[in-house]
Design a protein around this ligand. Structure first.
Ligand SMILES: [Zn+2]
Ligand SMILES: [Zn+2]
Length: 178
């Protein structure tokens, strides 16, 4: 959970700013995103007339599965955050405030004056998932003979057992499939 207490900032005039640095912040974004390491970045929380605007950039290593060879790999993903959070209770009186219009894309600051960025990180990192994830741009996929990933020594096995012209054709067909 990446929550910030904004009780102090809510009492300040519009325009007031707090900067927060994320350093080696370990977080679970399961089940949508599997991070392989901590998050790093900078977040700027600004008091607006009605709430808090959070903007910033966060980077993290994400686990993915290659669409060609089906092997897992890790990729660094960067997200830009820009979200407005509205208070659900008045920070001074503790009186519940009316919620936003239901069609408004805003998030709520909870009754402890905490603003949780974990759902935003989960959504934004999930959006970085490519349509066709590849472990590397030239991944050759799986061997058409035995189904093992075509890499390293396996290429030798492939060259020995398949006629070179057929190997080219096999690779071409394999690329077409994906
Ligand atoms: Zn691959
Ligand atoms: Zn093979």
């Amino acid at each position: 959970m990446t929550a910030f207490n904004v009780a102090g900032l809510l009492r300040e005039p519009a325009g007031a700013v707090r900067e927060h640095r994320l350093r080696d912040r370990y977080l679970s974004l399961a089940p949508d995103v599997e991070l392989s390491g901590p998050l790093n970045g900078t977040l700027r929380l600004q008091r607006t007339n009605r709430g808090i605007l959070v903007r910033g950039r966060v980077e993290g290593d994400v686990r993915r599965t290659c669409g060609r060879c089906l092997e897992p790999y890790v990729e660094t993903a960067v997200i830009d955050v820009s979200e407005e959070y509205l208070p659900s209770i008045d920070p001074d009186s503790g009186v519940a405030l009316p919620g936003p219009d239901s069609d408004e894309a805003v998030r709520a600051i909870d009754e402890h004056h905490e603003l949780d960025l974990t759902p935003v990180f989960r959504e934004e990192f999930a959006l970085t998932e490519p349509m066709h994830p590849l472990c590397r741009p030239d991944c050759e996929g799986l061997c058409p003979e035995c189904g093992e990933p075509l890499r390293g020594e396996h290429r030798l096995h492939d060259a020995e057992e398949i006629d070179p012209r057929l190997a080219v054709l096999a690779r071409f067909l394999d690329r077409d499939r994906n």
